[in-house]
Design a protein around this ligand. Structure first.
Ligand SMILES: [Zn+2]
Ligand SMILES: [Zn+2]
Length: 60
């Protein structure tokens, strides 16, 4: 059962790594845009009000 457990740990680590690299490749605003929606993050909504892009979620 020990090998089963380590396999599960490795698999979940891979999934986590995959989702992390996905998140860095696309910002929350890009994801929302892809769905034809505006980003629902409070910081992004505030930035959009000022006609800007949220720098916190969209670093240069
Ligand atoms: Zn956003
Ligand atoms: Zn933001």
């Amino acid at each position: 059962m020990k090998s089963m457990k380590s396999l599960t740990v490795i698999l979940s680590a891979l999934v986590l790594l995959g989702s992390l690299s996905m998140a860095s490749a696309e910002s929350c605003c890009d994801k929302a845009k892809a769905k034809g929606q505006a980003c629902a993050h409070k910081c992004c909504v505030e930035a959009k009000k000022d006609g800007k892009v949220c720098e916190k979620c969209n670093p240069k």
